[in-house]
Ligand binder design. Structure first.
Ligand code: GUN
Ligand code: FE
Length: 460
């Protein structure tokens, strides 16, 4: 079970708070406080400097008179938990391998045989325990997981996330055509039945949806014929699940999709007609979009998982994040492991920044550069919107769940950078240096739903 820090006491954290208020507004509170109830709800966010005793008195009527107080050091700050909107758990053993080919070559040479091997539940147990523990330690308090075609292995992934105390969206991958190495199911009926088995199982282990949520998961247009897409749309409606899928990753992805679905002129029309495009839909990539795709994404409130590391590795092209944001489309960051080699959203912030700069150079348009506050937004609040949890997590607001990181820049910033005698204005330099220079050891504590579940300083 996740470790608890002196539960069932309410907690007060005192120290520097850094979080996104909006795309352009990164709020830095030099000496603030957050109160967290015993059930993990943020009861107050106070930006006035105060002693533990003053805070306990100020919020006594909210139950904080005897709250356990944690005071951060001057090299630490509290940051919202990171949200990985797209990761393929079964591909974990392939991290950093298979970086030679295009999307299709990579799928056929590396991904299909690896995913097919999860007919072994003992392998699933081994790998998925490691995936959930490691991503939590890297600060991903919420992950939208893609799985393999196997219901049993998928259910183990959901068990692992719940046991580790991670917020997660999990579903069984559906594939009946267009795949290799036996990585497909024999019919739409079988695929739908197995998918439903996973949806029902995942609901049963967390009936209130405290942490783990089911999704339907058509791999993408080339892999699910129309009757399977329609069936998954019905299943999604019946159980009110999330949807995870790929869209417009390469021109070949689009061509193969329109070949298998000749009734449609663009990729997103196919998802829309199958009832798979709505506010609980997460679409990976969305690089090569037609104007109509942009309209469909904006109108449906489906979200985009932007995977900068993966898009670079597979040479997919550049996602025009600026155009998506300007169109009012929800965007978050994904690692897309193992097409992306780095399972860290902390690192994805750097990749997103770099990819946006390369795009700006190529287009000769500076507006494509994502600013610092924007990459932080994408990693936290943007991700929260994409996973439909913007009222629950993503920043520090009263009433939200406490999903947070204690970050320490000691050892990241050299002592003579002048940041140690920090006046109240140095928080911006600290968070920038952490994003671009920090590593996993700077993530000292990871809280999900108010529980301490991982981090360098957590004995879990
Ligand atoms: N398209 C179909 N399957 C995959 C996958 O596993 N990763 C990525 N990036 N694209 C895909
Ligand atoms: Fe993917």
């Amino acid at each position: 079970a996740p470790a608890s820090e002196g539960d069932p006491h309410p907690k007060i954290f005192i120290g520097r708070l850094i979080h996104s208020k909006s795309l352009k507004d990164l709020e830095i509170i030099p000496r603030g406080a957050i109160g967290v109830t015993t059930n993990g709800t943020i009861a107050f966010v106070d930006s006035k400097p105060a002693t533990p005793e003053q805070l306990q008195a100020r919020y006594a009527s909210d139950g904080f008179a005897h709250a356990q107080v944690t005071t951060l050091t001057k090299s630490q700050f509290l940051f919202p938990g990171l949200i990985d909107t797209h990761l393929h758990a079964p591909q974990w053993p392939n991290l950093a391998l298979g970086m030679e080919g295009t999307l299709r070559e990579w799928c056929e040479n590396y991904t299909d045989p690896m995913e097919a091997s999860y007919s072994s539940t003992s392998k699933a147990r081994r790998v998925y325990a490691d995936v959930t523990r490691t991503t939590l330690a890297l600060g991903s308090t919420t992950v939208a997981y893609n799985s393999s075609i196997h219901a049993d292995a998928t259910n183990i992934l959901a068990d692992c996330a719940l046991k580790a105390g991670q917020r997660a969206i999990v579903g069984k991958m559906c594939i009946t055509v267009g795949s290799t190495h036996g990585n497909w199911e024999e019919s739409a009926e079988v695929s739908l039945a197995e998918s439903e088995k996973s949806v029902r199982y995942i609901r049963s282990i967390d009936p209130e949806g405290r942490l783990v949520h089911p999704c339907v998961q058509p791999r993408g247009g080339p892999y699910c014929p129309p009757e399977l897409m329609r069936g998954l749309g019905e299943q999604c409606e019946k159980y009110r699940t999330y949807v995870q899928a790929h869209m417009c990753e390469t021109q070949s992805d689009i061509d193969r999709t329109l070949e298998l679905h000749p009734a449609y002129k663009c990729y997103s029309d196919m998802y829309l007609a199958s009832h798979l495009l709505h506010p609980r839909t997460i679409l990976a990539h969305c690089i090569h979009l037609q104007p109509r795709d942009l309209d469909n994404l904006a109108a449906s409130r489906a979200g985009v998982a932007h995977n900068p590391n993966s898009n670079t590795c597979l040479r997919d092209g550049d996602c025009r994040v600026r155009d998506l944001l300007d169109a009012g489309i929800k965007v978050g960051l994904g690692t897309d492991c193992s097409a992306g080699y780095m399972p860290s959203i902390h690192d994805a912030m750097r990749s997103a920044s770099n990819v946006s700069r390369n795009l700006a150079v190529r287009e000769g348009e500076g507006r494509y550069v994502l600013g610092f506050s924007e990459v932080v937004w994408l990693a936290t609040m943007g991700g929260a919107e994409v996973v439909g949890m913007e009222d629950l997590v993503g920043n520090f607001e009263r009433g939200k769940r406490f999903d947070a990181l204690v970050v320490d820049v000691e050892g990241v910033i050299s002592a003579d950078a002048g940041l140690w005698d920090y006046g109240e204005g140095d928080g911006e330099a600290m968070v920038k240096k952490w994003v671009f220079l920090g590593d996993r050891t700077s993530i000292r504590k990871v809280y999900v739903d108010g529980n301490l579940v991982a981090g360098q300083d957590a004995s879990v």
